[in-house]
Write a protein that binds this ligand. Structure first.
Ligand code: GSY
Length: 160
């Protein structure tokens, strides 16, 4: 079993339902078990800023799927939820990103792990810290990374 952290985000339609559907699709895969989940966070858009706020969550899973098979499954979830990406960095019904994959690093054009921009993004680091306070990314402790974030605005969604 390999421990993996996934980042999920949505800012089109019923964002909570989109994320919950993605979680259901993760649960349907017999090679994946969800072992922890952060709260839902409402987050200011990063990159292309003239778009709605996102709902974000980080999920810890254990999986026997190899990294590229897991990537395929994440892409399958995105296509099932009909992600429409018209503008780069723009609105999307669902994004499922592999953030960290235990014992695996990659700088391939299709899969960069650890996720290349995760350490600059409060919408990833804050939920990740909620579920794992000791993790290290590229040799840096998560608390140290969070303390140095400029950080877009982010708040826990009140009703869960
Ligand atoms: O990489 C995920 C898509 N995305 C997001 C996101 O999920 N949340 C926020 N707050 N901003 C974002 N910009 C992009 S691109």
């Amino acid at each position: 079993m390999n421990k993996v952290y996934l980042g999920l985000g949505s800012n089109i339609g019923d964002t909570k339902e989109n994320i919950n559907k993605a979680i259901e699709l993760l649960k349907e895969n017999l090679n994946i078990s969800i072992t922890n989940k952060s709260s839902f966070y409402e987050t200011e858009p990063v990159g292309y800023t003239k778009q709605d706020w996102f709902l974000n969550i980080v999920i810890e899973i254990e999986t026997t799927l190899k990294p590229y098979k897991l990537l395929e499954y994440c892409q399958y979830i995105e296509s099932e939820l009909k992600r429409k990406r018209i503008i780069r960095w723009g609105p999307r019904s669902i994004d499922v990103d592999i953030l960290l994959y235990e014992g695996f690093k990659s700088n391939d054009k299709d899969l960069i792990v650890p996720h290349p921009r995760m350490c600059e993004r409060a919408f990833v680091m804050v939920p990740l810290y909620e579920i794992n306070k000791t993790i290290e990314i590229n040799g840096k402790n998560i608390k140290e990374i969070i303390d140095n974030l400029d950080g877009e605005e982010i708040r826990v969604k009140k009703d869960g």
